[in-house]
Design a protein around this ligand. Structure first.
Ligand code: NAD
Ligand code: UDP
Length: 316
């Protein structure tokens, strides 16, 4: 297949690209490098089945860049960490709306399949726990996080509309917190922050009292789930994430154990509207896709160490 991956220089987009190339497909990667890093795809420089184009998907395809015939589009482009989407608020709203519409248009034009990277953030600060796909969420539509949450919720509506009105073979994945090598060391997400801090012997910055929870999925497990969904006949959203839930204090403890670091904890204020808990109900993915994650948090942290150690060695 000839596949377009938007956000290909990002954390998830680059892993997805590697996996697709490994399966023998041809990949056209586009990215505006706003939060991504070209280093994530530097190893693909000599790969004849990979083409990279620096392109903002808020610009229509065909104007400055025409990707050619396509069989599938993976729409991964969007700032994803709270630090980055708060810095790029309007760009985040635009990529989830105009950018996603442009990506859907090119899929519709070529009769290509389409998968959109949505998020557990669609559930906001959830009142139901764990979160099933049927839960409509509890989102502050005007708070600071709304630039991301509403961009993603609008994106879901747009994807469903292209399926219902234009017959595009669409798929929606609600991704829960995912980590691994290539997670940007300074984009502020909890695993990258804690690993970098622990490896440098600096205090681990715990926001609030650290009793809020997240459920962390290792990147290889997530990519497997996304690929299975892309080949399924399900059009409604599917949660992909690891259902094992940790408090942020437990996460800090796991990072200290895996790194052997003696770093202390430093408590800092909790950001506004920071969700109190998050845990996917993955029954739907288990039944429809035969998928469940295999890698525990400690195993995944160990697999991530080399990348973060090399970033420190390189001066990050
Ligand atoms: P990332 O920031 O590493 O990757 C996103 C990529 O999109 C970056 O390379 C960035 O430069 C690119 N991009 C942003 N705006 C663009 C635009 N207008 N045109 C072209 N490229 C653009 O983040 P990630 O963690 O790899 O996230 C990938 C996708 O998965 C995002 O859509 C994100 O919302 C979603 N997601 C990720 C997680 C997670 O835990 N990693 C959780 C939920 C959802
Ligand atoms: N967090 C933290 N210390 C950090 C970074 C994040 O305690 O250095 C907390 C944050 O407040 C949230 C959780 O860890 O409760 C996950 O944050 P992240 O930014 O990784 O993702 P989110 O799920 O909030 O989008």
């Amino acid at each position: 297949m000839r596949i377009l991956v938007t956000g290909a220089a990002g954390f998830l987009g680059s892993h997805l690209t590697d996996r697709l190339l490994g399966e023998g497909h041809t990949v056209v990667g586009v990215d505006n490098l706003s939060t991504g890093d070209q280093e994530n795809i530097a190893h693909l420089a000599g790969e004849p089945r990979f083409q990279f184009e620096q392109h903002d998907i808020c610009q229509p395809f065909g104007a400055d860049f025409n990707p050619g015939a396509l069989d599938y589009v993976f729409n991964m482009a969007s700032p994803a960490s709270p630090t980055e989407y708060l810095r790029l608020g309007i760009e985040t709203l635009r990529v989830g709306s105009i950018g996603t519409e442009n990506a859907l248009e090119i899929a519709a034009k070529h009769g290509a399949g389409f998968l959109h990277a949505s998020t557990s953030e669609c559930y906001g600060d959830p009142l139901e726990h764990p979160q099933t796909e049927e839960y409509w969420g509890h989102v502050n539509p005007v708070g600071p996080r709304s630039v991301y949450d509403e961009s993603k919720r609008y994106g879901e509506a747009l994807v469903m509309a292209y399926h219902r009105y234009r017959g595009v073979n669409t798929h929606l994945v609600r991704i829960f917190n995912t980590y691994g090598p290539r997670l940007h060391p300074s984009d502020g997400r909890v695993i990258s922050n804690f690993l970098m801090q622990a490896l440098r012997g600096q205090p681990l910055t715990v926001y609030g009292d650290g009793n809020q929870t997240r459920s962390f999925c290792y990147v290889d497990d997530l990519i497997e789930g996304i690929l299975r969904l892309s080949r399924s006949s399900e059009h409604l959203p599917v949660n992909i994430g690891n259902p094992t839930e940790f408090t942020i204090l437990e996460c800090a403890q796991a990072v200290l154990e895996v790194t052997g670091s003696k770093s202390e904890l430093r408590f800092e204020p909790l950001p506004q509207d920071d969700p109190a808990r998050r845990r996917p109900d993955i029954t739907k993915a288990r039944i429809l896709l035969g998928w469940e994650p295999r890698i525990t948090l400690k195993e995944g942290l160990k697999k991530s160490l080399e990348f973060f150690t090399s970033k420190i060695a390189a001066g990050s």
